[in-house]
Design a protein around this ligand. Structure first.
Ligand code: P6P
Length: 325
């Protein structure tokens, strides 16, 4: 019986990779806070699934209420673990209208923007969902206020997402390094399973809601047709699940602007920016169709954006068609 190799845990990874580097000291504590919160959210997501079975009597309000509670519960969990990390100065969250300013002096504080549970409406059909985090270092000597969170994605120092699927995987990106960790539910520890992630050279999939074709403008409709003619369609309807598959297998995700959503559907600060950071560090690209996502100067915490991200050559080709007018 082969002896299972000892995998590097997330704690060992952040300690060995970052502990003594000034530009990342403290960042490890933020990542471990995300990991701790993810363990707790994963347990809730499983419970909600079981609760859904209990709700089989058709009382959809039970599931509806549980799913709603799950969004709020996930938000509360991550606000708690991040605030207690001792290295987070402020938190922006899809579930919370205003920024959470963490009390007390935080020397080397980070600012975290998060979608604590994206795609939670998929829980009642047992589809993978996820949590998404963008991490910025607060400016030196800055007294953090609401405007401190409106930073362009190109100033992120790290980003992470967790996909709660057939396994629970945390993907962590820092400059030029993307690494995946899988949760051992028994021990509650994440260990390295996907070192040095790079998006494959060949694009296999395109992920878009084909039902929106009727409301796309002509150049965008043409761009989607080109994708349809070249790649296989894979669309879960859960951003993190679609993105994670495309990152590992090669693919492009597109939620462009349309007649009903002039600014797109997805959120800039805690969906597009973090995933745009991850995909760029893995060799891919992220665009609105007209502009690099990470270069957008944000105006509002919850502003939306069109989002096209994945294989760099395919994103660039898609953008050239969309922006040709
Ligand atoms: P549509 C889930 O609600 C979500 O915010 C993302 O996770 C997902 O990519 C998108 O919406 C799906 O939107 O319009 O295709 O249902």
């Amino acid at each position: 019986m082969p002896v299972a190799e000892k995998r590097t845990t997330l704690q060992e990874y952040v300690t060995s990779e970052w502990q003594d580097k000034p530009q990342t000291s403290g960042l490890g504590a933020v990542i471990m806070a995300i990991a701790e919160g993810s363990c707790r959210v994963q347990a809730l997501v499983q419970q909600a699934a079981l609760a859904d079975v209990l709700g089989v009597t058709g009382e959809t309000n039970i599931q509806g209420e549980i799913v709603e509670r799950l969004d709020t519960a996930s938000s509360d969990i991550f606000v708690e673990t991040l605030s207690q990390s001792g290295h987070v100065a402020a938190i922006g969250c899809e579930e919370i209208e205003k920024p959470v300013i963490v009390e007390g002096e935080v020397a080397d504080g980070f600012i975290v923007l998060m979608d604590p549970l994206d795609g939670s409406s998929n829980i009642d059909v047992a589809v993978s969902i996820g949590s998404i985090f963008g991490i910025w270092r607060k400016r030196p000597d800055e007294t953090v206020n609401d405007d401190s969170l409106l930073r362009p994605g190109n100033e992120q120092v790290a980003a992470a997402y967790v996909v709660y699927g057939s396994s629970t995987i945390l993907v962590l990106a820092t400059k030029n390094n993307v690494c995946g960790f899988t949760l051992d539910v028994g021990s509650g520890k994440f260990s390295v399973t996907h070192p040095n992630i790079k998006i494959p050279a060949d694009c296999l999939y395109y992920s878009t809601n084909e039902g929106n074709n009727k409301v796309l403008d002509e150049p965008t409709r043409k761009a989607i047709t080109l994708l349809r003619n070249k790649y296989s369609q894979r669309y879960v309807g859960s951003l993190v699940a679609d993105f994670h598959r495309n990152l590992l297998k090669g693919g492009i995700f597109a939620y462009p602007a349309d007649q009903n959503r002039k600014d797109g559907r997805l959120r800039l600060m805690y969906e597009a920016n973090p995933l745009g950071f991850v995909v760029e560090q893995a060799g891919g690209a992220a665009s609105t169709g007209f502009q690099r996502i990470l270069d957008i100067i944000p105006k509002q915490l919850h502003q939306r954006t069109p989002l096209i991200l994945g294989n760099k050559d395919v994103v660039e080709e898609t953008v050239s068609v969309i922006s040709a007018g």
